[in-house]
Design a protein around this ligand. Sequence first.
Ligand SMILES: [Zn+2]
Length: 262
Amino acid sequence: MKTWIPDGRFLPYFTWKQVEALDKDKSLVIIPTAAIEQHGHHLPLATDTLLNNYILGHALRKLPKDLPVYAVAPVCYGKSNEHIGFPGTLSLGRNTFMAVLHDLAESLHAGGFKKIVFFNSHGGNHSIIDVMARDLRAEFGLRVFCLFGGGGASDLGEQEARYGFHAGEVETSLLLAATPELVHTDRYTVNYIAKVGDPGVLKPEFAYATYAWLTRDIAPSGVMGDPNPSTAEKGLVWCDEMSTRVAAALTEMHAYENLLKL
Ligand SMILES: [Zn+2]
């Protein structure tokens, strides 16, 4: 898989002696979490994994050179059962995904690391990562942080900002910037899971009353959003904004100390 992570921050490129020599009290280690799942007719299955790496790679380049922040290889497979039925989607069950996060954190803890951050780019993983973050804090005394995506895209229409969360304008623009050779610009489709202004309190997302949805119930092509207005120029701007926010968050996480220590 293509990587934008700078070599000097990518732990898999280190020897174990080099990792042993790192200052564990100061180091922050990122575990990227993503997915291999359908992204409509026009984007590759690896979209979430590619975008995760693209934004994180740019964020890491924005950090001061001497800030000890490192990434491990991404967990490419996530909990993607909302997309089951679309060939090529590869999903881990909830228990498997939790076990993977647990065991990777345990390995980092055994290696002496004290601070880890999950950088997640797939919505279906969020709730599990939240649970695991607290459990890993309790079990190993690790300082665990969560970063969910890059914090949104500027100048996006309200409908797309709310309900364009899968293979829509944002993801398509980012991939047009990152890997244009993988975007089929002649195969765009449009589906919205709901509309801004719909009556009633029951919503698919972002509300106090929600329902569990499967993609095949509501989006025949697999797209949730409108990719038509996507451009590489927007992707470059959004990558810059998102990676700046991610870099700022990583800097705060690195500096974070709690008053009470386990
Ligand atoms: Zn995605």
